[in-house]
Structure formats: structure tokens, C-alpha cells
Design a binder for this molecule. Structure first.
Ligand code: F6R
Length: 262
């Protein structure tokens, strides 16, 4: 795992957008794993700007999102499909047929989960997976006690996640209680993982995820098993990291990060 600490949320988004742009320019057929949520908003806004100002080309790129609520239609503004369409897909030149989210309205949810796994495999696997982190340590909707080798399946959302996302639904009452999510095992199969976290509310859980013991109680700790995982945080989210000085030294000195220091 590598940890990069940037001054603020804008700098985190800028760095991650540049990482994605670099990979996409090197491989226009890139298979991108995407997440939704507040943390991703500024990353996608930057990708949209790069598309408009620097001709960043998404025409051959394929995407797989981590998750979708059970029961919401793609036309429902609260669904992740709708959120992705308006936040990114409709703002760049991606072919919507190349964008994939689990179908939360499938009659047979188990079959839908298996289909989603097959679709990821058939695409050749995910090259770069973007991840946020929930207050309970979830990645995707892999809530505490998710098996570390789990595949795409339906998960019931914890009270912490319901509270975190309730503002999008005008309160917990109106929220779906279940979601389809890629499993922790699905995420560990991706060739590269990039987890972002910003703001003081994430400081405690980021420290557990990066420096704590691997445990199914905090799904994000499984990323410590991934051979190529980069965690990008702002000063606030990184404020409790014990190894912060060491992480800063690596970012300031290792050639891999030279382009990103400017
Ligand atoms: C959403 C997802 C979640 C979020 C996480 C953080 O697709 O996979 O794991 O990344 O809940 O959400 P924000 O960024 O809203 O704090």
C-alpha cells in the first residue's frame, strides 16, 4: 500500500484525476472501476474538464460501478445509474453501452450478481478501481463482516451507512435497505486500486484501514493484501496516520510520483 497526503480535497481530486487520465491515455481501452458519492464528485468534475480542455478521450473506455441500490430504477434520480449518467457519463464522450452498473431491479438478484461478475471477467478484468470509504470502513457496500473473498452479491446496509446516505433520500425512512455490491474479493482482483478519503470525519476509519490489523470488521483493511493499492487522502483525513512522515517522504522522493508533485 502507498499513502499520499495532499493539502486538501481539491488537490486529492486533481491527483487522482491525473492518475486516471495517464492510464487512459496509455490505454484507451481501459476498464475503469467507478464509485459514487461525495468524495468522487470533484474527481469526476476534473475528468469532465480534462475531456473539454485537453481532449481526454473516453470513447473506447469501459466502466463497471461498484454498486447499486436494490429496487431503484435507472430513471430514479437517487439511483447510482442516474447519478453516474449526470455526473460523468453524459458529460464526456463515453459510449453509454460501455458503462455498467448492477441492475438493482433484476427479478433474480442472485443471477444478476453472477451476470455482473461474468461481465467483468469478459471485459478482461478491471484495470483501475476507484474506491471511497464509508464511516464503517466499507468499500463498495461491503459492510462489516463481509467475507474478504466475497464476490458480487446483495448486502443489507448498516445503520451507519443508512445515516451517511440518508440526505440523498430525504431521510432514512425512504432509503433502500439493500444494495448489490462487488465483493471484497472482486475488488482485490482489480489490477490497481485507488482509495480516496477527505475531511475530518474519515480520519479515524482511514487510520484503521491503512495501519490497523486486517479484519472483516473493516472491509477496507483487505486492501492491505492488494499488490498495487494507492490511498490518497487530504491533511484532515490523514491527520491520525502514525506513518505520515514516512508516506510524505516517499511521495516527495520516489520517481514514480515525480509527475504528480508539480
Ligand atoms: C459508493 C461506494 C461507497 C462510497 C463510500 C464513501 O459507490 O462505493 O463505498 O465510496 O460510502 O462515500 P462518500 O464519498 O459519500 O463519503
Amino acid at each position: 500500500m502507498e499513502v499520499i497526503i495532499r493539502p486538501d480535497e481539491d488537490a486529492v481530486a486533481e491527483l487522482v484525476a491525473r492518475m486516471i487520465a495517464k492510464e487512459l491515455r496509455a490505454n484507451p481501452h481501459l476498464v475503469l472501476g467507478l464509485a459514487t458519492g461525495r468524495t468522487m464528485e470533484s474527481v469526476y468534475a476534473r475528468l469532465v474538464l480534462m475531456h473539454r480542455q485537453e481532449q481526454l478521450d473516453f470513447s473506447l473506455c469501459r466502466t463497471f460501478n461498484l454498486d447499486e441500490y436494490v429496487g431503484l430504477s435507472p430513471d430514479d434520480p437517487r439511483s447510482y445509474r442516474h447519478w453516474m449518467n449526470r455526473t460523468l457519463f453524459q458529460q464526456v464522450n463515453i459510449d453509454l453501452r460501455n458503462t455498467h452498473l448492477p441492475n438493482g431491479q433484476a427479478a433474480d438478484l442472485e443471477a444478476e450478481c453472477a451476470r455482473y461478475e461474468r461481465a467483468i471477467s469478459r471485459s478482461g478484468g478491471i484495470d483501475l478501481q476507484l474506491l471511497g470509504i464509508g464511516r464503517d470502513g466499507h468499500i463498495g457496500f461491503n459492510e462489516p463482516l463481509s467475507a474478504l473473498r466475497s464476490l458480487t452479491r446483495v448486502k443489507a446496509l448498516t445503520p451507519a451507512t443508512l445515516a451517511q446516505n440518508a440526505p440523498y433520500f430525504g431521510g432514512v425512512e425512504g432509503m433502500p435497505r439493500r444494495a448489490i455490491t462487488m465483493g471484497v474479493g472482486t475488488i482485490l482482483e482489480c489490477r490497481r486500486c485507488v482509495l480516496l478519503a477527505t475531511g475530518p470525519d474519515k480520519a479515524g476509519i482511514v487510520t484503521k484501514a491503512v495501519e490497523g490489523p486486517i479484519t472483516a470488521m473493516v472491509s477496507a483493511t483487505a486492501l492491505q493484501l492488494h499488490p498495487r493499492c494507492t490511498v490518497v487522502v487530504d491533511e484532515e483525513a490523514g491527520s491520525q496516520l502514525q506513518g505520515a512522515d514516512y508516506y510524505r517522504w516517499i511521495f516527495a522522493n520516489e520517481p514514480e510520483w515525480e509527475d504528480y508533485r508539480k
